[in-house]
Ligand binder design. Structure first.
Ligand SMILES: [Zn+2]
Length: 362
């Protein structure tokens, strides 16, 4: 009886509330009461994933800009290589017999090949160690210049921006040079994995989060990940997020499939450091990872049907990397410092070279 009484009181309250509530169309009182009588079912709306903030990048070159501002960070590799003008001049004049003036003109046009810049160790006139003198001929600092080399991984995420940038970079005096290299998706992915993995010590949770962020930066290149990761301390999975991710104040909620993809990446990142990979779900051997990804439906989702863990890993890597798909690395060589140092030497009327006995021909 008491229950019935309570229900009646509640119903009365609802009717009263319905009467008080503003009604757009004038409804008959009976109809309003009918509508209000069943207990209202409150359906909590599933929050629609907010559109992630887009990363803003410059489109045209302006003085003072950095090449690295134009592209997603994880698609880039930047290095600085030392070059000794005395070594080049020595070869042009001493070994090739050029007059000093001709040699200077030739030096302005000097552009290294990628093979020369990637040799290990670097040969004369290039060097990596920054010191006061040239490691090859011991010439002092005024003969030493720096070449900046920015490598951009080709693809949808960078091609349009790179073409625009190349058009707007000053090249009339040889300030910038462009070099291309053929590669594959797999090679680019492994190089990235190896390069990015070196930054972390996977003994702590924050390193796993940081590594995950790098992967997301590479995977979704037009998102402002600074904004998405602001305040994020935890990354979770949820079947309620159909795809992608949902940003919440303190956490990032990934769709089940993206979370599993991230687990695989965490394993790949950390397996060279530890026996087994370190993931959000603890330390895993390859067998454990494969069982986990099979159980969740992730492998089926990707169409991976192999049964041996090694074969599964191979197919997983092909999926994550793009496999044998052709890809290009585009290099932008910043020669400005090289040209500035050359001009400074010219205005000082080229000091006479005093090369040490160790100086060898190029
Ligand atoms: Zn030198």
């Amino acid at each position: 009886m008491a229950v019935k009484k309570k229900a009646a009181v509640a119903a009365k309250r609802m009717v009263a509330a319905a009467k008080k509530a503003p009604v757009k169309k004038k409804a008959a009182p009976q109809a309003a009461a009918k509508k209000a009588l069943p207990a209202p079912i409150v359906v909590k709306p599933v929050p629609a994933p907010a559109k992630p903030a887009k990363a803003e990048r410059p489109k045209k070159w302006t003085a003072g800009a950095e090449l690295t501002d134009f592209f997603p960070h994880e698609m880039l590799r930047e290095e600085t290589i030392g070059v000794c003008l005395a070594c080049i001049l020595d070869v042009f004049t001493r070994y090739l017999g050029m007059a000093a003036v001709t040699a200077q003109k030739q030096m302005r046009a000097h552009q290294p090949t990628l093979d020369e810049l990637h040799a290990s160790p670097l040969g004369r006139p290039y060097f990596r160690e920054r010191g006061d003198t040239c490691p090859h001929c011991h010439s002092p600092g005024k003969w030493l210049a720096q070449l900046k080399l920015v490598r951009i991984e080709g693809g949808k995420a960078t091609d349009a921006a790179r073409r625009e940038l190349q058009k707007s970079l000053p090249t009339s005096k040889g300030q910038y040079g462009f070099l291309d290299q053929k590669s594959t998706g797999r090679e680019a992915f492994f190089q990235w994995l190896e390069h990015a993995g070196r930054e972390f010590d996977f003994d702590n949770h924050s390193a796993i989060i940081a590594a995950t962020r790098l992967y997301l930066e590479r995977r979704y290149t037009d998102v402002d990940w600074d904004a998405e990761f602001t305040g994020v301390r935890v990354i979770r999975r949820s079947r309620e997020v159909p795809e992608g991710w949902l940003k919440e104040p303190n956490r990032l909620v990934l769709s089940a499939m993206l979370f599993d993809e991230v687990l695989a990446i965490q394993y790949l990142f950390s397996r060279s450091q530890r026996s087994g990979g370190v993931t959000f779900e603890g330390r895993m051997t390859l067998q454990e990872l494969v069982s986990r990804l099979r159980g969740s439906g992730f492998l089926r989702h990707l169409g991976i049907q192999a049964s041996m863990p090694g074969d599964i890993l191979e197919q997983l890597l092909d999926h994550l990397s793009g496999g044998d798909a052709a890809l290009k690395f585009h290099y932008i060589l910043d020669r400005r410092d090289f040209l500035d140092k050359l001009a400074a030497l010219k205005s000082a009327r080229v000091p006479k070279l005093k090369l040490g006995a160790s100086a060898a021909p190029l």
